[in-house]
Design a protein around this ligand. Structure first.
Ligand SMILES: CC(C)(COP(=O)(O)OP(=O)(O)OC[C@H]1O[C@@H](n2cnc3c(N)ncnc32)[C@H](O)[C@@H]1OP(=O)(O)O)[C@@H](O)C(=O)NCCC(=O)NCCS
Length: 141
């Protein structure tokens, strides 16, 4: 189990989030768009301070994961964020986390599947680079 702190994002975190979000395969949100997420009642916006973030929306049974990224690979940050997101989503009454990842993002697909996510669909040529979107669900027990 990771000892990394994960907490709700604040305005002071947005520079870090935008920086980490500029990584390949992360969604690359602007600070303005991120600031709007802080105001949304249905947003679940978590950070591992200086390390990474997860941004999602609670939508009934579904928690829609919009983006999750760590500043660097293999440090346990992704696992800590996903575990905290499951807790936060459960507290909002969600029963699963739904998301998509590029078929070209082998690392994220392996990471999510190791966490227990299952592939539930595919959107051909969904991304700008022509790669398919792989749709995944992670049940929240
Ligand atoms: C995907 C990402 C979030 C993973 O975060 P991370 O901090 O590197 O992951 P962790 O170090 O917490 O690893 C968690 C688990 O996934 C496993 N894992 C990670 N990459 C893996 C790979 N390529 N193959 C198999 N397992 C892998 C780790 O071994 C670890 O397993 P463990 O819990 O048994 O130790 C990170 O690589 C990232 O930010 N990538 C860029 C942005 C991105 O692709 N986001 C997803 C968009 S959909």
């Amino acid at each position: 189990m990771s000892g990394l702190e994960v907490r709700p994002a604040t305005a002071q975190d947005l520079g870090m989030v935008a920086g980490v979000g500029a990584r390949p395969f992360a969604a690359g949100w602007s600070q303005e768009a991120l600031a709007a997420e802080l105001e949304r009642a249905d947003s679940i916006f978590l950070v591992a301070p200086e390390r990474g973030y997860a941004l999602a929306r609670a939508a009934g049974d579904d928690c829609l994961l919009l983006d999750l990224a760590a500043a660097f690979d293999g440090g346990g940050c992704g696992r800590a964020l996903l575990a905290a997101l499951k807790q936060a989503a459960k507290a909002r009454g969600c029963r699963r986390i739904s998301f998509e990842a590029s078929a070209a993002n082998a690392r994220a697909l392996a990471f999510y599947q190791k966490a227990g996510a299952v592939v539930v669909g595919r959107r051909p040529k969904f991304y700008y680079d022509g790669s398919d979107a792989v749709l995944l669900d992670l049940d929240i027990p």
